[in-house]
Design a binder for this molecule. Structure first.
Ligand SMILES: Nc1nc(=O)c2c([nH]1)NC[C@@H]1CN(c3ccc(C(=O)N[C@@H](CCC(=O)O)C(=O)O)cc3)C=[N+]21
Length: 282
């Protein structure tokens, strides 16, 4: 048995086509959405991600506002750029690419919550906990959207999320347990005693540990859906958390690359368009 592919690259193309129509409708009314990015330092991976986001925007007719700062930039300098983008009417929303090597919590907290297209501002994470509407974190929502668009049943599913990080595991647990998703979630982490015992019961496994190959075929229930969210670099190549033998057991697997990564970009674009529509109602 070989698993079906949860193809994030193809799904990104579909979502871009849907969003392009909404951007065109905005542009026809004189509204051009604008995405801002703040990038600190010269990590090649971060540069690639930010470059890809701006290419996506160009394809859709979303304007780009790019602020690249040297690795020597201070907390105060980055905060001044955040203040500038908060005040810029052409900037619909923006992200501060992580990691910055600076006080991340202070930076996240300084972004105008209404421009927080990462959905990571404390106010927006609080809204998620409270069940209030607001921008949602891109990687967790992208993971759910990838499952949904491939017909994987989420309601009633036993989901094991591996990893409790701020950008994936923790918010994903909150999203999946909403009434609208109705999954039963077990959040596993480095303190989990018997990871395999938990994963074995899961209809859906989300591997977001950042440990190459931590999920192996013998841990997975036959037919389960397995999302590979982890990103590590081994010998310069992107490597996920899911071992190759999982494909022989699972019903669906998201490849890595071309799985959840492109979906993160899709949801960023979607958040931008959403904010532009809300702030400029027809
Ligand atoms: N404030 C902030 N927001 C983020 O959303 C954010 C961040 N910081 N820091 C880093 C992570 C990582 N991330 C990815 C985005 C796209 C791909 C992606 O499209 N990857 C391609 C290519 C991967 C490759 O070949 O390098 C793929 O998976 O097919 C991956 C990872 C967003 N992040």
């Amino acid at each position: 048995m070989t698993a079906q592919t949860l193809d994030g690259a193809a799904t990104l193309r579909t979502i871009k086509a849907e969003l392009a129509e909404r951007v065109a409708a905005l542009t026809a009314r004189g509204v051009t959405p604008g995405l801002g990015t703040v990038l600190v330092g010269d990590d090649p991976g971060s540069h690639w991600y930010v470059g890809a986001k701006h290419k996506d925007c160009a394809e859709l007719g979303i304007a780009s506002i790019r602020r690249d700062l040297p690795a020597t930039a201070t907390q105060a300098e980055v905060e001044a750029v955040i203040d500038e983008l908060n005040a810029d009417p052409d900037c619909t929303g923006f992200i501060v690419q992580q990691p910055t090597g600076l006080d991340e919590f202070a930076l996240l907290s300084r972004v105008d919550p209404d421009k927080d297209v990462d959905g990571l501002h404390p106010t927006n994470l609080g809204k998620l906990v409270l069940g209030e509407a607001g921008p949602l974190p891109c990687t967790p929502v992208g993971s759910i959207e990838l499952l949904r668009r491939h017909g994987v049943q989420i309601a009633g599913a036993e989901v094991v999320v591996v990893g409790r990080g701020l950008t994936v595991g923790r918010p994903l647990g909150l999203l999946l347990t909403r009434r609208s998703e109705n999954a039963t979630v077990t959040l596993c982490h480095t303190g989990t005693i018997d990871l395999a015992a938990h994963v074995r019961h899961a209809d859906i496994v989300v591997a977001a540990a950042g440990v190459p190959g931590i999920i192996t075929g013998d841990m997975v229930k036959p037919g389960a859906a397995v999302l590979d969210v982890g990103v590590s670099r081994v010998d310069g190549k992107v490597t996920g958390d899911v071992a190759p033998d999982v494909w022989d057991v699972a019903g669906w697997v998201s490849p890595n690359p071309k799985g959840v990564g492109p979906m993160t970009r899709a949801m960023l674009l979607s958040n931008i368009v959403e904010i532009a529509e809300q702030t400029h109602p027809a």
